[in-house]
Design a protein around this ligand. Sequence first.
Ligand SMILES: Cc1cc2nc3c(=O)[nH]c(=O)nc-3n(C[C@H](O)[C@H](O)[C@H](O)COP(=O)(O)OP(=O)(O)OC[C@H]3O[C@@H](n4cnc5c(N)ncnc54)[C@H](O)[C@@H]3O)c2cc1C
Length: 447
Amino acid sequence: MTTPTPSPASIVGDPRDAFHAQSWAVIGAGAIGLSVARRLAEAGRSVTVYERDGFVGGQAAGFEVEPGVWLERFYHHVFRSDRIVRRTYEELGLAEGLSWTHPLTATLLDGKIAQLDSPISLLRFRGLPLSARLRMGATLAALRLIPRGGLLEGRAAGPWLRRWMGRASYDRIWRPLFEGKFGAAAEEIALPWFWARVHDRTSALGYPRGGFRPLYEGLAERVRGAGGTVRLNTAVESVERTDNGYSVRARGASGIETQRHDAVISTLPPRLTADLASELPDSWRARYATVPAQTAHCLILALDRSLTDTYWLNVNDAGYPFLVVVEHTNMRAPSEYGGRRIVYLGSYRDPADPMLSLSADQLVDAFAPHLARINPTFDKSWITDRWLFAVRDAQPIVGTDFRDRIPPFETPLPGLYVATIGQVYPHDRGQNYAIGLGERLAAQLLK
Ligand SMILES: Cc1cc2nc3c(=O)[nH]c(=O)nc-3n(C[C@H](O)[C@H](O)[C@H](O)COP(=O)(O)OP(=O)(O)OC[C@H]3O[C@@H](n4cnc5c(N)ncnc54)[C@H](O)[C@@H]3O)c2cc1C
């Protein structure tokens, strides 16, 4: 048990006053946690980051596919428009490793794979009549021109898209994607969220040499270099108010430890923050901690040959047990992975979905016949390795009431802050917005 030590803040002023708080706990070493911690540490605050896992990076973290070769547990790339990520790469001296390509994005519809990632490919797309393609192109162009998603607030994407691009385009191209991502809530998804996906994205995709691991290791190094601490394998179990700050109780390698901090930032989903901070009032919990979210579920296959020539394949045909096929080695050279082809089979699932309890081998058996529908020459013998990952709360259900259910940074408990991915709305969750969010909170606290 660590003995609580008085911090200078208890002498300077109210320890829970953000500006005076000297000792900060940050819960979570993902993109948000590391970026807020880095900025606070660089401003001279004492920062301890608590991370449950044995590595940094959260949802963007990788695993070692072979000694010294890292791959994200969930498919990741960045967009040219991700200015905050690009700036961060420059600040960390890693920009030279970030390379840009235009890998193929396509749709599987009526058993055929057709490119669908640009106005020209839309015009050539055979899966819709020409009039429907023109209407869809015009609707997407109009969305790109709208400067702020807030102008579309209060509307659901499904009915709006059906109205403007027509039922055929919506039902064949977009409805399967909304249903695959949000299940029964597909009709309720907020239009500003869809606007952001159209507005924010570029066809040029960036991926760093060695994956995203050096980015997160680099951010953690900045925290340490500025005097902060990043404690891995240390899961916070509770956060309780004391007379002059907070007592953070965490389970680490050597058992339970309790440490005092002037203030605490939780970067976890509000559902989990509410579990840790029992003093958060019921009104806060009812509004913010009950927003449903989907679990991301990803089976990764290493193959001895390519499955397709596409990087990103949206699966629009019915009956597939996955939503997207991301053939990573159609963006990066297979030689980076010992010549193997890397294929992610990704889905979003309700946390109660029984598919989440299947093993990697059971999923391989369940998915193999569907891979043969995509490439009839596919055979299970092509698979040389497989890995399975799932993460809860990966995709909040961004319904039309979502904006009112985004918690502010401040909570009703003075000195307890939340910085959580839903706050990037209407932008889609992503590393760029997560890093930006952490930096914005730090700037606000240091003002
Ligand atoms: C399938 C998928 C694909 C994606 N693709 C892309 C992409 O292509 N491009 C892109 O930019 N973004 C992508 N993202 C999103 C991106 O990874 C996330 O938006 C970003 O990493 C979120 O960072 P975060 O800090 O909000 O949360 P997280 O990364 O979830 O970090 C939270 C951290 O808190 C830790 N934690 C949890 N509980 C505790 C506890 N009790 N005590 C201590 N620590 C705890 C967790 O272990 C985790 O490390 C994708 C995400 C998924 C799931």
